[in-house]
Design a protein around this ligand. Sequence first.
Ligand SMILES: *Cc1c(COP(=O)(O)O)cnc(C)c1O
Length: 375
Amino acid sequence: MTNEAMVIDLRSDTVTKPTDSMRKAIEAAEVGDDVYGEDPTVNKLQDTVAQMLGKEAALFVPSGTMANLIAIMVHCHKRGAEMLCGDQSHIFKRETGGAHLTGVQLTPLKNLPDGTFDLNDLEKHVRGSDIHEPVTMMVAVENTHSYCGGKVLPLAWIDKLAAIAKKRSLMLHMDGARLFNASEHLKEDPSRVVRDCDSVSVCFSKGLGAPVGTVLAGTKGFIEQARRMRKMLGGGMRQAGLLAAAALVALDESLPSLYSDHRRAQYLAKSIKDLKLKSFSVDVENQHTNIIHVMINEKSTVISKKLVERLSIVSQSETNKDCKTADSKGIIVKASSKPNDKTLRFVLHHDVNDDELRLAVKKITFVLKEVESNG
Ligand SMILES: *Cc1c(COP(=O)(O)O)cnc(C)c1O
């Protein structure tokens, strides 16, 4: 056993540490009381993001979860309201059921593997004329779609969805925690991607690598209401310019390099596919962004939790067989067993460079081959 190992953390793009330039910007940030609307750095971030997204206004909030919750609170302002969203969406599965705080009924639509849902299915679910039924007021989509493996929603699909939403008087919210990954993949301006959305949230603590924060954007009227809801939820943050300063650096410095995360994800996906193992597969053709799903063959008894455990230890046999760094340290890869026990997930982010990626591939190759040969 080696006592020291190199750790490459591919669990999520949230694990990044603020860069030196972010720390410098935090130190130099001009601040004020943002609950009074007087923090110049927060105002600058909000204005910048609103402009990038082609929206009238924006609001800095502590997290993506709070941004989504606020969007629901503002759009679903009637009692007995209902929101439709994908059954694999972050809002539905990963926000602690928080929508119950709003009194809004969430009705899930079956997500397809590409992160979309069937639009006929959506239309069938819109209701409200019968007094026995909730009033469908809102529909939410996720772009990129995390639990569908970082899939980018097709623009044509969003356009069709938006037309239906308009016709049926539904508000359209995009959970764009990774919106910039989507626009990078599409080579489209983010404002085009969210053109027909009534609101959109963008996280700075994911691929953009800032420590904290999400921006929610929409019309002036929407943001006025959102500001009240943020206060109600305890999300008024006073001298939040310290956080906004790091987010502004992320726009300048991390945004232009998102394509590198995608390129590295492609490389990792292809490296795994090229092993031609029976128990594991990766859909390289539909590898859009920075999240990689390795599917475990249904017939295999292996579950992803076991793979995650195995990747996190260093065995004698692997260091004997050159699965180690140039200075003979063992390699540990942190991964996750999401969204289910037949999926092993890796996420690329700006704290992983090409050298670390190559070492990660070495380790992953070793472990997958070992697991396959052990049955
Ligand atoms: C991370 C994430 C969020 C919000 O997460 P917070 O941890 O609350 O900032 C929302 N939606 C998606 C798709 C996410 O990946």
